[in-house]
Ligand binder design. Sequence first.
Ligand SMILES: [Zn+2]
Length: 313
Amino acid sequence: MRKLLLLTLVPLYLWADAHLFVFHRFDDTRHPSTNTSTQTLRAEFEYLKKNDYEVISLKKLHQALKRGEEISDKWVVFTIDDSFKSFYENGLPLFKEYHYPFTLFIYVEATVDHYGDYMSWEQIRESSRYGEIGFHSYAHPHLVSMSDEEIAKDSKKGLKVMAEQLGYKPKYYAYPYGEYSLRVRKQLESFGFDLIINQNAGAVDKNSDMYDLDRTALTGANNIKVKLRTKTMPTTWINPKDWPKNGKISKLKATLPQEVKRVEYYISGYGWKVAQVNNAHLDIKIDKRLKMHRTRLFLKSGNRQSSLMLVKP
Ligand SMILES: [Zn+2]
């Protein structure tokens, strides 16, 4: 009876968000910015276990999004980019120990050409017994500066090799360097992936875009406990939407949830500022020349946030 009462009173699924995380290297101190120590990884896994988080596969997340089902606040998805050998040697044993699924995004050329730091096809096939395999391009290029034809060529080449080596076409794509534009996205959408994943810190709810899922890096000083507090803020970005042709943002315009009256906004190189939101509309003049060829924009209200990546072609 008491439990029933609680269930009716507590808005269990209010702003329920899953969290996607990305790792690169494990116990590889030569590259501190992309490394995660297995000591840290174990502490994170223990935290999730003690706090009843459920580590799920991308497949399960995709099914829920496709059916428009509620997303659990307790869902966590782990992905690993670049198929470094240090995942196979140091990370995989821990994932196996905790029975946590993962998706490994393959940089195909590195394996084909036997680059020193990368996994072999045999190691990738063995990893696929415990997790899923995704596609991270053939040559790990900067997609935004490539033509449509070049993007299609890289994808076709990589998918052909993966089909030969694994016997199937991967269902998920993760952008190299997390870089993309509206045009790049359109090209990759044409390959029929179930999910396309970026590298913008955030969370995923039932309304998240399946071809633009936010994913947070868990390397360096990042703390999973803090990152798990992030919630999505349903936002329609009106201006900018893509890298502005003159390299300047003259106005920041977006539609936000009705209850948001004040928002913090961030533009790479300019830090955080505050703006008022009138009747769900943010519409301010800012006149900022973009300083970085890879610029991040964030809108934030409390722990809810929305982000955008702009990459110079
Ligand atoms: Zn990568």
